[in-house]
Design a protein around this ligand. Sequence first.
Ligand code: PXG
Length: 464
Amino acid sequence: MAQLTNTVPTAELQALDAAHHMHPFTHGAELGRKGARIITSAEGCWLTDSEGNRILDGMAGLWCVNIGYGRQELVDAAARQMAELPFYNTFFQTSHVPAIRLAEKLAELAPGDLNHVFFAGSGSEANDTNIRMVRTYWEMKGEPQKKAIISRWNAYHGSSVGSGSLGGMKGMHAQGGLPIPDVHHIDQPNWWAEGGEMSPEEFGLARARQLEEKILELGPENVAAFIAEPVQGAGGVIVAPETYWPEVSRIVKHYGILLIADEVICGFGRTGNWFGSQTLDLAPDIMTVAKGLSSGYQPIGGSIVSSEVASVIGGGEFNHGYTYSGHPVAAAVALENLRLLDEEGVVTRVREDTGPYLKERFESLGEHPMVGEAKIVGMMGSLALTPDKSARAAFKGEGGTVGYLCRERCFANNLVMRHVGDRMIISPPLVISREEIDALIARAWKSLDEAMAEAKAQGLFAPA
Ligand code: PXG
């Protein structure tokens, strides 16, 4: 295969990038001063940048390259589909083979009677679909007042007006007039940061019961749905205490409220099963999917919907859809990706072999003097950084400063590991090997050491 080799000097690319390219979730002027790191190619779990550095990708791109980089099968699937039918829509009583086959496959993989798929181009779009779908469902059932959707602070459900409203990121709500009406937020089950004197078990129950309190405050007759990530991803890989989900499940069932599990990160093997709902024993009415569906090789997302919801929605016309709903090239690539994940036993390996190995190694980072807790489910994990473990203390200075220092050290050590505030997070490609896991842990430990030294030098290594 012909290699696409970058011949432009890094500084020139960085100047052009700063001049013309507006980046998501980035301080533009700051990036302009520093210059973006430019990734030019990738293979397996390894990125190559424009300076020729090889970087271990502990984030699978953006939580999405589950199958790893460089899979020729996906290239071929895209090329075949582009040659045969590069585009056709799925509106107005037409369909095409890739969308049909992908919907069939998703119905087979999804738990329970989640047998119907509404396609979108991304997770944000799919969650926008969900807002309209659950409200339309209740309208069609003769309960048009059931409009309220309950979500959680520090949840991430996307960046469009609708999905950003569902999310509980206050910094996002502060820009552009969010949230839209009738979206309500309850607190997250983040015991480390918010559990106070409660045991994790007591705290999990207390946070779940906020859902019941909110339903009663709004009136159960007005509540359409509760949306949540099985494990919060962008919020910092927050794993709820064990008491949380059983209580939430009881509450949504008791009040007859639809449960939307946002599986955009948790789906497609990330937690050791096809879906996080299986790992956490949830019975959602709708699952949001994207990212790992195509391992990020093509933009595609969707809502996987129960037979009950689909039959009500299908009883009328749902005035909703995207030009690229079920895009044939994206669908063909997703289908091939699911075939590889399935036939190569990637999900089973995460559950039974490399996942447990990563868990053991990742939890050993909990012994580092700056790490308070190391939490991991399947292949999504986080470290809470702290200057005092027993007090679960935050650092002196502005929250996130030490996390940022640590992320910078990871970058310098050729490891991509994100920080969310003062939590460090990983979400590697699911094909990561034991040797690569060892490399990830060694680089993370070294980066933690260096960040701790720097935090001490800057006088930040003390409780707030
Ligand atoms: N739901 C969840 C749970 C997500 O994590 C979305 C929806 C939206 O998907 P799209 O495809 O519209 O981006 C996401 C996306 C981060 C980060 O910084 C996380 C996401 C996206 C960008 C950055 O961790 N998650």
